[in-house]
Design a protein around this ligand. Structure first.
Ligand code: SAH
Length: 345
């Protein structure tokens, strides 16, 4: 029996089987996995796809991740930060755009202290209580995560990037430690956030064994959401000449993660559509069920370049989202403009 068939039947694989699948999969495996991934997604979410508005609040960062286009040492970046009134007014556009969640993402920018972020969160929640607020602002203290949760933040995205210590170390300077990442993830979960973990596929020096470790970490940690996208080289980074991750492998891994964690929210990430115009649709076929349209103001959006070739939609947000909804409906999905809470227990 193929390993992909075993996965489909049992919903699980061990490390050895994962490594074998990752190193030898073919088109037939992708078909088998796609069918089962869709089936399992349907059991929890039916045909619904959730939209989240992504607001990139700042590209200042105190960290120096070797892969990331907005790392501290990059001189190719024109830095910006949105002030607090601007963040609130941009976030409040979400409901009229048909988006039930806003994701506030940025580099680790100490300018946004707890007081500032709490004010922003309370202001958004006070004026549009129906919006779910997701933060993606990196590592902060337990006290900070607590304060932001009390202020009304619902969710937090923090990818583990690589759970294998040796590999994590090859992606980050020594001062950044996998132990700190994992501690943050556990703290966020304890506090009561819906938590998103995840990693890049094809990041430099990543082995199939590293990927298997990350897939198993996700199974073990039980996040509500999982962000997985291909690594894409970024100008001004030590990895700028490195090869991009593979679309097929990313798709395979999305399917595997959906089958092993059927109730998670799984975005078809922007990086996937950066690799290919059909990337996002292919992701949905592998069990993804979230899309995050970018709602950052155009001027700043250009400067939030985590990697090369980030798709910059030509249409205004409103037209873009309308076209996206029409496209998804044509493919047979139902677009859910609500909060889209995770069904992970
Ligand atoms: N500062 C926040 C947000 C980071 S950006 C944090 O640390 O969590 C969100 C994600 O983009 C990162 O977690 C990383 O996995 C991804 N990313 C960064 N650089 C990338 C690149 N060159 N290619 C693909 N994904 C990248």
């Amino acid at each position: 029996m193929r390993i992909s068939e075993k996965l489909s039947r049992s919903g699980n694989l061990d490390k050895k089987e994962l490594v074998e699948l990752l190193s030898s999969f073919d088109g037939k495996d992708l078909e088998i996995i796609s069918e089962e991934a869709i089936e399992r997604r349907k059991r929890f979410y039916g045909d619904r796809i959730f939209l989240r508005g992504l607001l990139e609040i700042s590209n200042y960062c105190k960290n120096d991740c070797y892969y990331c286009g907005i790392r501290r040492s990059s001189t190719c970046v024109k830095r910006y930060r949105l002030d607090k009134e601007k963040i609130v007014s941009e976030a409040l556009r979400a409901p009229s755009l048909g988006l039930g969640t806003v994701v506030l993402q940025g580099g680790e920018d100490p300018w946004y202290d707890d007081e500032t972020l709490s004010w922003i969160i309370r202001e958004i929640k006070g004026r549009a209580p129906e919006i779910a607020i997701t933060l993606s602002l990196g590592e902060r203290s337990k006290e900070s995560y607590e304060k932001l949760f009390e202020s009304g933040a619902d969710r937090y995205l923090l990818r583990q990037e690589s759970i294998t210590r040796k590999h994590y170390r090859m992606l980050h300077p020594e001062s950044q430690k996998i132990e700190d990442r994992v501690r943050c993830l556990m703290t966020l979960k304890e506090i009561g956030y819906q938590v998103g973990a995840g990693f890049m596929v094809g990041s430099p020096f990543q082995s199939d064994e590293d990927i298997a470790n990350d897939i198993l970490f996700i199974k073990h940690f039980g996040p509500h959401m999982v962000g997985i996208g291909p690594f894409i080289h970024a100008e001004g980074t030590p990895f700028e000449k490195m090869a991009d991750g593979s679309l097929e492998k990313t798709l395979l891994i999305l399917g595997v993660v959906r089958i092993m964690n059927p109730a998670v929210l799984l975005p078809a990430t922007t990086a996937l559509s950066a690799l290919s115009p059909e990337g996002r649709d292919e992701g949905l076929k592998m069990g993804a069920n979230v899309i995050m349209p970018n709602i950052t103001p155009r001027k700043e959006r250009k400067e939030y370049n985590l990697y090369e070739g980030k798709p910059d939609v030509k249409l205004e947000d409103e037209e873009h989202i309308k076209a996206l909804v029409r496209h998804l409906e044509k493919l047979g999905y139902k677009v859910d403009g609500g909060r889209g809470d995770s069904l992970v227990g």
